[in-house]
Write a protein that binds this ligand. Structure first.
Ligand SMILES: NC(=O)c1ccc[n+]([C@@H]2O[C@H](COP(=O)([O-])OP(=O)(O)OC[C@H]3O[C@@H](n4cnc5c(N)ncnc54)[C@H](OP(=O)(O)O)[C@@H]3O)[C@@H](O)[C@H]2O)c1
Length: 273
């Protein structure tokens, strides 16, 4: 299985489709990530706050897959905006790795106003060659503009909630303007769109599942996606999305489903630490 890559703004190649482990308990993560690696995924998305970096690390070690074939992302939690280097080192310890491929600021938490300093910490890690790429998550255009205006490193990625019910056109446009790759979290809207009649009609016509149709909608627009599942058959199904195409009319029909169906917090208001 060859997964297409997206070339990030620093030249690093990132698989366009990866495997997310949000809400997977640490003791179930090794099995889920093992199933994903066996199905052909090579990019894994975790975060310090998910509490399952150790489980991810066990699966990676057990797999025997060469490190350079893997693309591992983790994220700096909000409480650690003032100690990004120490937090990075703790994540590496738990993962059993000497670097991750992409390190993200998980949320801007704008009312705390510490994300600029956190970004400068990530820039230090990147400049020292300790991670292959740095980026952000849940950044709105004003947060992106503020860190880009510092004149240092432009984030390689902005990982945001994005699916047919929440299409984030303003943030995706800001990402594009600044050369930041958009990565969709909850690409399947946590399952909420799988019975939508516009999507199931396309799936039935193509002999595919609704989840596969939604993933194709993302991929054909150049986005990175990281669907999560703990169910081996779904894990395999979600990576089997490179042998068919949606038409322009299919893409437009899904574009028309925007409904502000947010599944997670609003980054403008989420300030938990
Ligand atoms: N940066 C952030 O703030 C942030 C926030 C949220 C998520 N994320 C990342 O994005 C990843 C994906 O998002 P997510 O986990 O919220 O949601 P998601 O991938 O949109 O959906 C996952 C849900 O859909 C189900 N599912 C998956 N594939 C399916 C299929 N083929 N058919 C039917 N149901 C299917 C899963 O069930 P089962 O597992 O029971 O099979 C699970 O309940 C996360 O794991 C995490 O890595 C990042």
């Amino acid at each position: 299985m060859t997964i297409p890559t997206i070339t990030l703004n620093n030249g690093v190649e990132m698989p366009q489709l990866g495997f997310g482990v949000f809400q997977v308990p640490n003791d179930e993560t090794e099995a889920a990530v093992t199933a994903a690696l066996e199905a052909g995924y090579r990019s894994i998305d975790t975060a310090a706050v998910y509490g399952n970096e150790a489980g991810v690390g066990r699966a990676l070690a057990k797999s025997g897959i060469a490190r350079e074939e893997l693309f591992i992302t983790t994220k700096l939690w909000n409480a650690d905006h003032e100690q990004p280097v120490a937090a990075y080192e703790k994540s590496l310890d738990l993962l059993g790795l000497d670097h991750v491929d992409l390190y993200l600021i998980h949320w801007p938490t704008p009312a705390r106003d510490l994300y600029v300093g956190a970004w400068q910490g990530l820039e230090e890690l990147y400049a020292a060659g300790r991670t292959r790429a740095i980026g952000v998550s849940n950044f709105l255009p004003e947060h992106l503009d503020r860190i880009v205006a510092l004149g240092g490193t432009v984030p390689a990625v902005n990982q945001i909630e994005l699916h047919p019910a929440l299409q984030q056109r303003a943030t995706a446009a800001a990402d594009e303007r600044l050369g930041v790759a958009t990565e969709a979290w909850s690409p399947l809207a946590q399952g909420a769109m799988l019975e939508n009649p516009a999507i199931t009609a396309i799936a039935d016509r193509l002999g595919r599942t609704a989840a596969q149709v939604i993933l194709r909608w993302h991929l054909q627009q150049g986005r990175i996606v990281i669907p999560k599942s703990v169910t081996p058959s779904r894990i395999a199904q979600n990576i089997d999305v490179f042998g068919f195409e949606l038409t322009d009319a299919d893409l437009a029909a899904i574009d028309a489903l925007e409904s502000d169906g947010r599944t997670g917090p609003d980054p403008a208001e989420f300030n938990a630490a």
